[in-house]
Structures are given as structure tokens and as C-alpha cells.
Write a protein that binds this ligand. Sequence first.
Ligand SMILES: *Cc1c(COP(=O)(O)O)cnc(C)c1O
Length: 490
Amino acid sequence: MKYISTRNKELQISSMQAILQGIAPDGGLYVPESIPAAEISQEELLSYNYNQLTVRILSCLLPDLDPETLQRCVEEGYAGKFETPEPVCLSHADGKDFLELYHGPTCAFKDMALCLLPKLLGASAAATGIADRIVILTATSGDTGKAALEGFADVPGTGIVVFFPRDGVSEVQKLQMVTQKGKNVCVCAVEGNFDDAQTGVKKALTSQSPAGVSYSSANSINIGRLAPQVSYYFFAYKKLVEEGRISFGDPVDFSVPTGNFGDILAGWLAKKMGLPVGRLLCASNKNNVLTDFLRTGVYDRRREFWITSSPSMDILVSSNLERLLFYACGEDAQTVAGYMKDLTEQGFFMVSPRVLSEIRKDFDCAYAEDEEVDGAIRKVWEDASYLMDPHTAVAWVCAEKVFGGAPCVVLSTASPFKFAPAMLTALGKPGAKGLAALDELEELTGLSAPENLKALKEKEILHRSCVSPEEIEAFCRSAAGQFGKEESHD
Ligand SMILES: *Cc1c(COP(=O)(O)O)cnc(C)c1O
């Protein structure tokens, strides 16, 4: 199976090369030329633990990495990193199911893929004989940055540069990044929002890298990020069957808190691979560009950028939508290239009614204001003693709006303790800031904060750089060159 660029079907490469490159040279995203069917029977599904299921899914999507290699990547990538017996778990509260994806090292769902990506990259580099240092360039809305740093720190033959919006991440998210240790890591604030950072990084990725260096991406534009995320949709389904809550074959609806459209696209891939997914609800915060698009067919980023209590979803240019558009318009790369040109040059694009109705076959949409999010956090805590973080609460509010009381799986993407001040506000006890809010949230709820977050109190700040969006490309070149030099000294 080949991977092709969403903007040019002639650009064909293997899945390993797609992981190594991250983004296509024409700025398009790599997609499988046809989505493989997983063909997993009930018996087979029920027999797998999380790791086995992930290996099975990855071997469909990344077929040129052999199953033994994938098994090694998954076992080594996940071993000892999660607080729970399995990497993810399904909880029930207040009539809904919560797929908890935040029990990993950085307390957000990005760990599910970023624990594996360094292994997948390493295996791909070894198999294709690439001798270059692979330098990962990443823009983060808060959670990808730390998860990628954690995954790549001190991995031989790699380097990582992370850019975060200076005023657009939570205090805990920022501390997680600027205290990161490692000889091959570099963290830098950007004077701008996530979209500015992502645009700068995409530009740097397609620019000339220094000699001996290949750039790649740890954002969900990299197929190596997306593929491991397909697995937990299958896992949620398995749990529901196992617990006798559904029969094998029944459709299940999912509500997904969405920013860059990666997580929800993984759910759509699961559906196309054969999982009985019903509706996929694209849940947005006040930055509701996707809600408008899914209602009208017009994607218009020319609007105010809001800073909300769910900062990891404060995004107006959702990269992975491009992959969905590619399939929805009948794999017409030229049309996709046209949309993306319009978006860059005019700030909007419009799809035909036919393309929109194709998309609406699988997707619903809604958005939630911060006040609704706060109300939901408080209600579910009071009714069911279950604590949702603000991102999860966006998905909960949207599920209420669109599915009403009907059962669905809400993807729970971060630990509430990552956003402790916002949680305290929602629970009616505002005031505490930064790490002090962690203690207060523990006291108020009787729950314990994850150890990795509590440990931030003892850590030294190691990264203080800040650049304008225009300086990102040059900063990447200089950082990448630096990693190379250190190596030649030792
Ligand atoms: C990244 C993130 C999201 C959004 O996921 P996308 O794949 O960007 O749509 C939602 N919640 C949290 C906590 C995140 O970190």
C-alpha cells in the first residue's frame, strides 16, 4: 500500500517514508491511497489486549513495517509509562462513557501516539538506511509539545524543536515544556497563536534543512501520529461488547473534542476500516470554525481568535481536515490543492454541496461556550463525582446538544489537573493560579494530581527563547545545526 499526497496523487511513497517526512514536499498531507479494511472478528477483538490491538491496527495502516517490528515499537513505547493497567480505560458516569486517554506520562491523549512515534521513526530510519539526524519540528497548542519532548528527549540520532504560543497555553502546560531536560531538545515561545506557530513550522518543514539533517513532524500531520490513535476507537468498542453493553455490530457514536481534527479523523479511519462507528461528533469550543464549515460548507478562518478554557483546541486552521476533504471529493487532489490555496491566499474556501453531504454522512457538529463548559464540569462532578477536564467537557456539552440523553462515548483527552485554575473556576472556587491550583483542586475534590504534574514544583526552567512567527524557520535551522555539532564533539 502506497501513501500519496492530498495535493498530488503522483507523489507516492511507502508508509515508512511518510513517517520520516511528516509532510509532503508540496505541502500536502500523506494519506493511504485506499483505506485498508481491518476485518477483525468479534472473537479476535475480544481476545486482544490494548497493545495487541494496536499492533494489529498499525499493521493495516503501516504495512511495510513488519509485525515483529511493530510489536517491539508498541511494547517498548508503552511499557511502564501509564498509571492504569492498560494504556487507556473506559469509565461510565452520568449516563455516558468516557474513553480516558490521559493516563500517560504527560497527562493528555497525545501520549497515545507520541510514546510510539520515536520508535516508529527509528524503525523506519533503520529500514530505509537514512543516516541523517532526524530533527522533529513541532507546533503545539499545549499538549503535543510536552508529549513529543518526552518521547524524543535523548533518543540517539534525533533532535526536537517545539514552538508554543506564548500566551496561549496553561501554566502547567508551559512549565512541562520549559523544564524539559535533554541534549537534543529545544523549546521556544512564539509571539502569536497556535495557527501562527503551525504555519511557521509547516513552512520550515518544507524548507531546505541543514546538511546531515532531515526534518520531520510530530504534529498530527504525520501519519505516524494518526495511525496509533485509530486503535483506541476499536478498544472502546471492545470494552462495550465485553461489558455486554452493546452487541457486536451495533453502531456506537463518539463525541470528540476537536482542534486540529487529528483525533476525530482517527475515528473516521476506524469507521472506514470496518469498525461500526455511528456518528462522529466534531465538538469545538468558541473557536467554532469547524462547526460553521460542517453546517455550511464554507471554511472561513477570517474571524476573531478566542482564548478559551480549553486551550489545546484554540485553533482556526485544522490541518487534518485536508485528509477528509481528499476522500470526500473523490480523491481529487487538484480540488484539494485549490481549497488550500484559497485558504492561504483568501482566508476561506467553499466546498460543493455534494462534498458537504458526503462529509455529513459521518459527521455531526456543535460547539460549547466556556460558561456551558463550566456548568457541565460542575454538574457532572455534583451528580456523579466524575471530574472532566475542560476539553472533555466541551465534548460532553456537544453530546448533550446533538445526541440528547442517548448513550455515546465521550473522548476524555486530558487530566483535569493540567487545567487546575479553570477547574477551580468551574467548581465555583476561583482564585488559585499555577501550581498552587493543583493543591487546591486536590483538596476540593479529594482526588490526587498525577505525580508528573506535582513534580513540576521542583523543576528548573531551562528554556527561555521567544521568537516572532517569521523567525521560526531560521530558529529551526540554527537549532538543528546545533544538535549536529554537539554530537561531533563526543
Ligand atoms: C490536542 C487536543 C485536543 C484536540 O485534538 P485534535 O487532534 O487536535 O483535534 C483535544 N483535547 C486535548 C486535551 C488536546 O491536547
